[in-house]
Design a protein. Structure first.
Lengths: 323, 510
């Protein structure tokens, strides 16, 4: 029974750890499907995390925190759009710039406003999104197998976790069942076809970037207001890049994206769980190796284990009407 | 005369210092097919893009159906019943036919209803106009002819009454082009108005009711097609008399320069593209290879010029064999007197980002003439480029201009000048006048004849039957990788056409 409980616990933290990846990955999906490469997922998550924790702490409201996180993240997405859609700048350069601005500005503003070495004040109850305990969770906990699964895996997460997983079928539906999705996929493949069909390429891409901004904002809020009790500098720790890798791994498809993010989340959870405990046949593995595992996996997967991943064809190319 | 479907009055459009359209007036009658001809860069496409709302005119008026309208976006044009089939198809390659048809014209925010509506509407259009195409096929899996049909369906689905086609036959085989013309005639019978932009005069004569000629941004004339001739139109396009038939004397064929024996070539997929082909080319003659594109001509050219691996057979240049493993050193072949003008000048013949003078010596840059010690001799290269510019009338005459900024015809002249001026014994030319203006075609043809008269061996591959017939001393017809017949230059178009379609070949096989 102990080992079963251990597995449930690892899976439970898998879910918690994969949520920010999943939100960022879906955010990237909207942007890249519309033909805008977004290496700035990391930066947008970071400003979202900072804005969320700062606003929640100042206004004593988790909802206001979430709102600010989304607002600031969308603003950064619009800056990316202004540079790469309106002014046809290089999308990679613009994304990298966003990451730098995010990393620097969160520390400077955090120190200037709160004087806690770039941290925001620890969030109090009511300023964070609390876990939602599903009805009967405690009562069934003692039921073997199903009890722990219901109590640990299904019940007891914050609203943002359920939101993230609900976004998977929703994104699929938007992409493949709505007019907006059809046009968005088209603009990522051949913007000239969209333009000659009488639809504005720029406005369509801006709308896709708004979706991206909303999702990275929620991802950031999750990091600073759910997983952690406040903002810590550089707390995204490369999750934006792992989300990009997961997006490629998932071949730009929402359901695949969920599984890719769960896999990365699982590796993270396993690494934490196995710290210090010896593995069968191998013996004791250094903590650092376990922590590096998700990143090693990223490199291995991208190096060709995933088969041919065909990105949206117009990705990264600013649209210019031909002369 | 029927009521005007479109009327353009005093249209002006400039791109920076370039005046693409100057004071254009045009009237197209309802229910007719109206052709617009002109050389590349004459402003045809710009004018139609203005009509379709892709660009806005600097000044001028547009009337549709007798009423003045303003067309600021493609949406406005679509709402007025104007549809356009672009030269480069505006399709999303990995979408289905249905998805492409409804894109931008969805009837509902959810796709299910839009697709259901489009499916029944497409069935109706297919019945009415004979435009059969599988609505669930993925675009990239369809041949170009069908992709073009999807473009036409797209326009009709949006309720187009006026259909603009920009160079529609450039990518089609002759059979596909014929089918397209039948469709256009049917559209006309149903009361639609068709505007056909092309630089192929034969198409104009075959299908249009009226024709307008553009030259350097101005509309120089409008004619009733029945009352004009190809010669008159060509003259109007170029602004001077054009020789459509090349004048040439008797060929004085000499010794065998290039000899191909039992050559077999397969492509990357392992499909046999050239099948046991043998022929000789003598000094002082032009041998033309006719055929519908894709019957092995490209692979034949590549194998002979040493850039494609041949499975078996041999090729002799001046009696000595050429390495057919696909690893031949093109530099060595050049030294042996084989010059090659590749079919695809953009990808194989030129580096578009280079300056004109750099391209004019590319491949010959190791030649002593262009070197000063280990360095390039810039003065010599410039002088050489300037010399070629004058001889070949390359415009604009600036050897320091980026090659991408030259028109297609002038780019072709840069390649031809480079290869011909090396004084090769054997010249292999693929599609010498593809995408080239009437005026430049005349010039290129004269140069090829001059090469022949100097005693060079010329092997010419072209999909333009007229070109093959007017230049060649002997015509070989390729079909499905084989040479299915040899004819003299007096062979009729019909005779060659049958050979190209493989008719005689199949009868012989039975």
């Amino acid at each position: 029974m102990d080992s079963f409980n251990a597995i449930v616990q690892v899976l439970d933290s898998t879910i918690r750890l994969s949520v920010p990846l999943l939100l960022a990955c879906l955010a990237g999906l909207y942007s890249e499907r519309a033909g805008i490469f977004d290496i700035g997922l990391e930066g947008k998550m970071l400003v979202g995390a900072f804005a969320g924790a700062a606003a929640a702490s100042v206004f004593h409201s988790a909802l206001i925190g979430l709102g600010m996180a989304v607002l600031i993240s969308v603003a950064f997405a619009m800056a990316h759009g202004f540079a790469s859609i309106t002014h046809r700048g290089n999308q990679i350069v613009s994304g990298v710039a966003i990451n730098f601005v995010a990393a620097g500005s969160t520390i400077i503003l955090g120190q200037a406003w709160f004087s806690q070495g770039g941290r925001t004040p620890a969030l109090q109850p009511g300023e964070r999104f609390e876990a939602i305990v599903w009805p009967g969770a405690e009562a069934v906990r003692s039921v073997p197998i199903l009890g722990p699964i219901y109590a640990e895996l299904i019940s007891g997460h914050s609203i943002l976790v359920y939101f993230a997983f609900a976004m998977v079928p929703f994104t699929w539906w938007v992409l493949f069942r709505t007019r907006f999705g059809l046009r968005m996929r088209a603009v990522g493949e051949n913007p000239a076809a969209v333009d000659t069909a009488g639809i504005s390429v720029a406005w369509l891409r801006y709308r896709a970037l708004i979706c991206t901004g909303v999702l990275t904002g929620v991802a950031g809020a999750y990091l600073s207001m759910v997983q952690n009790g406040g903002f810590v500098k550089d707390m995204t720790a490369g999750k934006g890049y792992i989300a990009l890798a997961a997006l490629i791994f998932a071949k730009w498809k929402p359901v695949n994206a969920m599984f890719a993010c769960l896999l990365f989340g699982f590796l993270d959870a396993a690494a934490i769980r196995l710290q210090g405990s010896p593995l069968p046949f191998i013996g004791k593995v250094p903590v650092q190796f376990m922590q590096a595992l998700p990143y090693i996996l990223t490199v291995v997967l991208l190096a060709g284990f995933i088969g041919k991943a065909i990105p949206p064809r117009a990705g990264g190319v600013p649209y210019v009407k031909e002369r | 005369m029927a009521q005007a479907a479109i009327e353009l009055i005093g249209i002006n459009k400039s791109f920076g210092a370039v005046r693409a359209n100057r004071d254009i007036n045009l009237e197209v009658a309802r229910g007719t097919i109206h052709g617009i001809v002109g050389e590349n860069g004459a402003g045809k496409s710009t004018l139609m893009s203005i009509l379709y709302g892709f660009y806005q005119a600097d000044s001028g008026e547009i009337h549709v159906g007798g009423k003045p309208v303003s067309i600021n976006t493609s949406n406005d044009a679509i709402a007025l019943g104007i549809g356009m089939v672009h030269q480069h198809f505006m399709l999303v390659d990995n979408f289905t036919v249905l998805e492409n048809v409804i894109l931008g014209a969805e009837s509902d925010a959810l796709l299910k209803k839009s697709i259901a509506k489009a499916r029944s509407e497409l069935e109706r259009l297919e019945r009415e106009y004979g435009l059969e195409v599988d609505p669930d096929a993925i675009i990239e899996e369809l041949p170009v002819g069908l992709q073009q049909r999807v473009e036409i369906l797209k326009a009709l689905y949006r309720g187009a009454e006026i259909l603009i086609l920009d160079e529609p036959t450039g990518v089609l085989t002759p059979a596909e082009a014929d089918h397209l013309f039948r469709i256009l005639k049917q559209l006309k019978e149903q009361g639609k108005t068709v505007v056909l932009i092309t630089h192929k005069l034969r198409e104009i004569m075959a299908i249009t009711d009226t024709v307008s000629v553009m030259r350097q941004g101005t509309m120089v004339a409008t004619r009733v097609t029945k009352e004009t001739t190809v010669g008159e139109l060509a003259e109007l396009m170029v602004g001077r008399r054009v020789l459509l038939r090349v004048e040439k004397g008797e060929a004085k064929a000499g010794a065998i320069k290039l000899s191909v024996k039992n050559l077999t070539v397969k492509d990357q997929r392992g499909v046999t593209m050239v099948d046991d082909v043998s022929f000789d080319v003598r000094g002082g003659e032009i041998v033309g290879i006719a055929g519908v594109a894709g019957n092995g001509q490209s692979e034949l050219l590549e194998a002979i010029s040493g850039i494609r691996h041949a499975v078996s057979g041999e090729v002799m240049l001046d009696g000595k064999p050429i390495d057919l493993t696909g690893k031949a050193d093109p530099g060595e072949l050049r030294d042996r007197g084989l010059a090659h003008v590749p079919e695809d000048r953009h990808h194989v013949g030129l580096v578009l980002a280079f300056e004109e003078n750099e391209n004019s010596i590319l491949g010959y840059h190791d030649d002593e003439r262009y070197l000063k010690g280990p360095f390039l001799n810039v003065d010599a290269i410039m002088a050489d480029a300037q010399d070629k510019i004058e001889k070949y009338d390359i415009r604009p005459g600036n050897p320091q201009l980026r090659t991408a900024n030259f028109s297609g015809g002038n780019q072709q002249k840069i390649v031809l000048a480079r290869e011909m001026e090396q004084d090769p014994g054997v010249l292999i030319v693929g599609q010498p006048t593809r995408g080239v203006d009437v005026g430049a075609i005349e010039f290129i043809h004269k140069r090829l004849i001059a090469m022949r008269d100097q005693g060079k061996a010329v092997l010419l591959v072209s999909v333009e039957l007229d070109e093959i017939r007017s230049l060649s001393d002997r015509i070989l017809v390729m079909f499905a990788g084989r040479i299915v017949g040899e004819r003299g230059p007096e062979a009729t178009e019909g005779e060659l056409g049958l050979l190209m379609a493989g008719v005689e070949h199949q009868e012989a096989a039975q």
